[in-house]
Design a protein around this ligand. Structure first.
Ligand code: PHE
Length: 316
């Protein structure tokens, strides 16, 4: 029986050969079908049925053989689950972004709101309004990058406090954030660095409010119960009195952390505020310096090189 024969075939080649011998040009079934017209009705029906059944049997057997070949192949090439998978390369936030996020959320929790400003700044906002007029010797404190048109690359985020007071008026409690530029280059100074500037102008605000906010801020940021601070007299044209604030670090060394002071009456006047009614303080610091300390980084410039190997080795 042809049907038994088909079922016993185990190779595609043999099956193909039998198929050709049956349905090919000179095939047995082909010959029978050619004689169809000479058959009576019942015989025709029977032949059609046989034709159909055989074709289906071939198809089914072909699938069975193909399946068997596939399974045999899979048995041979077993999956090696001990192979290492592709390394997982999930990104993380840059340490500067991480520290900025922390700093901002602390200052915001104290009621300061964030402001920004242009990095190419005009003379008024970077110097003159900050009580540092042309030819003022304090302009020498900062190695400024001047542009041919007289504008500068912002040397301090203090420029942002001027813009904030100009646009929002006083009272105001804000902090300015941004890149600042000075011609400096060593392990703790780069030509571009991140600065943050706090400003709180209102009525009856004093130096002790300043120190209280700075102490609370630094304690939170460095997760130290109550930071030890040292206040030294200093000079900035836009604050009077001016101070510098040092922080006692873990190795008992004093680290210079920020400049600060009571906002100079001329600065308030330049921004349209009456210094007889309003007073307040400002403080400014390098946020990358703070990040360096917090994450224990030896070279500030690493923060700006964007070397992923360094970021990984530093644990970011
Ligand atoms: N702008 C000063 C600097 O860049 C820091 C400062 C800010 C000092 C605010 C006093 C008040 O060094």
């Amino acid at each position: 029986m042809m049907q038994e024969q088909i079922k016993n075939i185990n190779s595609l080649e043999e099956l193909q050969a039998l198929y050709t011998a049956t349905f090919g040009k000179n095939g047995t079934m082909t010959a029978k079908l050619k004689e169809m017209k000479n058959l009576d009705n019942d015989a025709r029906v029977a032949l059609n049925l046989e034709n159909q059944t055989l074709r289906e049997l071939f198809k089914t057997r072909q699938m069975e053989i193909e399946n068997a070949i596939l399974m045999a192949g899979l048995q041979k090439q077993k999956l090696d689950v001990s192979l290492n998978p592709m390394p997982e390369n999930r990104g993380t936030l840059h340490p500067l972004t991480q520290s900025l996020t922390e700093i901002s959320s602390i200052l915001e929790s104290f009621g300061y709101t964030m402001h920004t400003g242009p990095q190419v700044e005009d003379d008024w906002h970077n110097f003159t309004a900050l009580n540092t007029p042309l030819h003022h010797p304090a302009r020498d404190m900062q190695d400024t990058f001047f542009l041919p048109n007289g504008n500068v690359l912002r040397t301090q985020t203090s420029a942002i406090q001027i813009r904030a007071m100009e646009s929002s008026g006083v009272p105001i409690k804000m902090f300015g954030v941004g890149a600042t530029y000075r011609k400096e280059w060593d392990a703790t100074h780069g030509p571009m660095f991140g600065q943050i500037e706090g400003l709180y102008i209102g009525q009856g605000i004093t130096m002790s409010d300043l120190i209280a906010d700075v102490r609370a801020f630094l304690s939170k940021f460095f997760e130290i119960e109550n930071v030890e601070l040292r206040i030294r007299p200093s000079y900035f044209p836009f604050t009077d009195p001016s101070i510098e604030i040092d922080l006692k670090w873990k190795n008992d060394k004093w680290l210079e952390i920020m400049g600060a002071g009571m906002v100079h009456p001329n600065v308030l006047r330049n921004c349209g505020a009456d210094p007889d009614v309003y007073q307040g303080f400002a403080f400014g610091f390098g946020w990358d310096r703070l990040a360096m300390l917090k994450y224990n980084l030896p070279d500030l410039r690493d923060l700006y090189n964007n070397d992923v190997r360094w970021l990984k080795s530093a644990g970011f």
